[in-house]
Design a protein around this ligand. Sequence first.
Ligand SMILES: Cc1cc2nc3c(=O)[nH]c(=O)nc-3n(C[C@H](O)[C@H](O)[C@H](O)COP(=O)(O)OP(=O)(O)OC[C@H]3O[C@@H](n4cnc5c(N)ncnc54)[C@H](O)[C@@H]3O)c2cc1C
Length: 445
Amino acid sequence: MTERLHIIGGGMAGSEAAWQAAQAGIPVTIHEMRPQVETFAHRTGNLAEMVCSNSFRSDDSEQNAVGLLHWEMRQAGGLIMQMADKHRLPAGGALAVDRDPFSEDVTAALRAHPLVEVEDGEISELPSDGHWIIATGPLTSGALAEAIRAETGAESLAFFDAIAPIVYAESIDMDIAWMQSRYDKGETEEEQKAYLNCPMTKDEYEAFIDALLAADKTEFHEGETAGYFDGCLPIEVMAERGRETLRHGPMKPVGLTNAHKPDEKAWAVVQLRRDNKLGTLYNIVGFQTKMKYGAQTEVFKMIPGLQDASFARLGGIHRNTFINSPTLLDDQMRLKSRPNIRFAGQITGVEGYVESAAMGLLAGRLAVAEMTGKTLPPVPAETAMGALVTHITGGAEAKTFQPMNVNFGLFPPVAGLKAGRRGRKDRYKAYTDRAKELWTGWLAV
Ligand SMILES: Cc1cc2nc3c(=O)[nH]c(=O)nc-3n(C[C@H](O)[C@H](O)[C@H](O)COP(=O)(O)OP(=O)(O)OC[C@H]3O[C@@H](n4cnc5c(N)ncnc54)[C@H](O)[C@@H]3O)c2cc1C
């Protein structure tokens, strides 16, 4: 008898994983707690409900990493993309979706599939045998989160993210910034130069604080703050507590010497730390924020050295259950301590509808391969799918791991192409051409 795949959570990831497995001939049970158990964000009992915006972001598969992910999912026969295309709304280059008919059709397609059954109800324990995918998302129920925490340890499961903005390394002005760890700490030269430092004069610092205080901020959604604690304050809240707070906190200038102007003592220093093994991305240390995106780019470009910064992602703080995937998952998305369980979707530390569905697609395919005794080669890291899964299962710095959306900073560079803003169009085209070829090849294996 063919084994059954069990999926906990029928959101973006769980729905796509179920579809991929069922289409490959594997019987699937989706365990979905709604509508019996509700979350503060969902409104319906539908599968794949879009809880907030109705956008799948850019649909440009030549110049945009999320557009490329759309393309890759379409090539793989993804249900989420099929229904998003069917219920597309006019939105320029973006893919906006008519949310209710979209999730109703995903639900109908899965319920009508002869190999899919949907079982209503919350799962509150980790399954000990059988093939499982946990895709319970940012609002994983309390009981299951507790069971996951008992398995992974408290430090490996977060209930809120605290995302500092991430900058493309190539867009940082190294005539102003320099590499140095505070007090040159570290055994190796690499450790002694682990941070990238941006100096500020007193006037620049004061102007920066004024801009932080004046910037537009977003609010938490209703119900989102339950369980939030003050451990990870947004920088603008720190600034509100006193104009000097940041200068004695994440922007303290001590233990650092400006490599370009050794005799000038900076009034404040903004530090950036490497965010991935490739060294293409840097996060601004301690700069989690709830400023609106437009305000963030304006305010952060006031930092000397970041005046031309390109941001791979902007900061935020949200209610978000996610595991420390770089330490907990293997490259097949399996929990190392219980390989019969895979994780998929936002709980793995990707962010967004599209990225979550993509990780569902991959987890579904990997589960099918395992259940049918097939060995799939690793997904090429040069594809959008591969860049994302490589990041969460090992490429990201585990100690500072925070949710990530897909972006070209996660891709291995294409050799021989011009760096910087000018070469961007050709570079992105080269990334996406390479990805399309490799993804097509991987799907054909
Ligand atoms: C308030 C809020 C606003 C957001 N806004 C956006 C946005 O605008 N754009 C964007 O791209 N992303 C947004 N996100 C993130 C978005 O939720 C995810 O990107 C996406 O829905 C994640 O897909 P998923 O499948 O991992 O989780 P979900 O889509 O949330 O699916 C998880 C499913 O698991 C079920 N579940 C949970 N626990 C259990 C259990 N124990 N047993 C059985 N079922 C369970 C849930 O009911 C849910 O249906 C937002 C998230 C939140 C919380």
